[in-house]
Design a protein around this ligand. Structure first.
Ligand SMILES: [Zn+2]
Ligand SMILES: [Zn+2]
Length: 238
C-alpha cells in the first residue's frame, strides 16, 4: 500500500467507519471483513492431519493416502481452500504489496489454529520458521509474505519467529510456472539451515501450499539440522 493509499484509507475510516475489504459493507471496528464475508470464506474443515490436504471425509484427524506411507510433517494446518476470495487476497498481497492482506490472513490463520471449539488441539511450537525467499526474490518483492503472515501468528501462539535459521540458497523458478513433474527437483537442495536446531519443535509458515514440494524440502532441511518435530501452518491449501 502506498503512503497515499494508507492516508486515504485512514481518512475513509475516520469519515465513514471501517469498510469490508471484500464487499465495502461497514465492518466492525478493527476488522478488515464484515461478518457475512468472514462467514462465507472457504474455510478448510476436514484435511489431512499431516499435510493439510483437503479430504472428502468428515472425520477430523484423518490422513491422506500419501502421508500414510511417508510424511514430511508431524502436523499440518491450513485455514482455507485455495479458492476465491482467498486467492485474490493472496495474489494482491504478493504482487501488489497489499500488506494489510498479510495481517488479515495471518490473523485468520491464527484464529483457525487456536480455535478452542475444534476437536483436535495443536501443541504450540517452540519457533515459527517462515519459508524464505532467495535474496534476489526478496529484492524483487521487497518483503516476504510468509514472514509477514508469521508476524501475526507468533504473538497469537506465543512462539518466536526464527527467520534467520533457514536460507534459500538457490534462486528457484516459481513452482507455479513449472509442470508438476519438475517441481520436486526445482526445490531440492534449495534450502540450508544456518544453525543447529537440536530437538526443536518447529512450525513452518507459508501462504499457499499446492504440491507441497517446497514445504517438504524445508522440512527435510530442518530435520537434517536436528529438529525433532516439524509442523506446517499455511493460510491456504490447494
Ligand atoms: Zn463484506
Ligand atoms: Zn497428507
Amino acid at each position: 500500500m502506498s503512503i497515499l493509499d494508507g492516508w486515504l484509507k485512514s481518512a475513509q475510516i475516520a469519515l465513514f467507519g471501517p469498510r469490508c475489504l471484500l464487499c465495502s459493507a461497514p465492518a466492525p471496528l478493527h476488522r478488515e471483513l464484515c461478518a457475512a464475508c468472514l462467514h462465507d470464506l472457504p474455510w478448510l474443515t476436514t484435511a489431512c492431519r499431516h499435510c493439510a490436504l483437503p479430504l472428502a471425509t468428515k472425520r477430523a484427524g484423518d490422513t491422506c493416502p500419501a502421508c500414510r506411507s511417508r510424511t514430511a510433517f508431524d502436523r499440518g494446518v491450513a485455514a482455507f481452500h485455495y479458492a476465491p476470495p482467498i486467492d485474490w487476497l493472496v495474489t494482491r498481497l504478493k504482487f501488489q504489496g497489499r500488506l494489510n492482506h498479510a495481517r488479515l490472513l495471518g490473523d485468520l490463520l491464527a484464529a483457525h489454529i487456536v480455535d478452542p471449539s475444534k476437536e483436535q488441539t495443536i501443541d504450540p511450537p517452540e519457533a515459527l520458521v517462515p519459508i524464505p525467499l532467495h535474496a534476489a526474490g526478496y529484492r524483487r518483492r521487497g518483503f516476504n509474505q510468509a514472514e509477514r503472515i508469521a508476524t501475526r501468528l507468533g504473538p497469537a501462539l506465543g512462539a518466536p519467529i526464527r527467520a534467520g535459521v533457514l536460507q534459500r540458497v538457490r534462486d528457484t523458478q516459481r513452482q507455479s510456472q513449472l509442470p508438476a513433474s519438475q517441481r520436486a527437483a526445482n526445490v531440492r537442495d534449495a534450502f540450508e539451515a544456518a544453525s543447529r536446531l537440536d530437538d526443536a519443535h518447529i512450525a513452518i509458515v507459508d501462504d499457499v501450499v499446492t504440491t507441497g514440494h517446497t514445504a517438504t524440502a524445508v522440512a527435510r532441511t530442518l530435520r537434517a539440522a536436528g529438529a525433532a518435530r516439524v509442523d506446517l501452518y499455511c493460510v491456504a491449501r490447494a
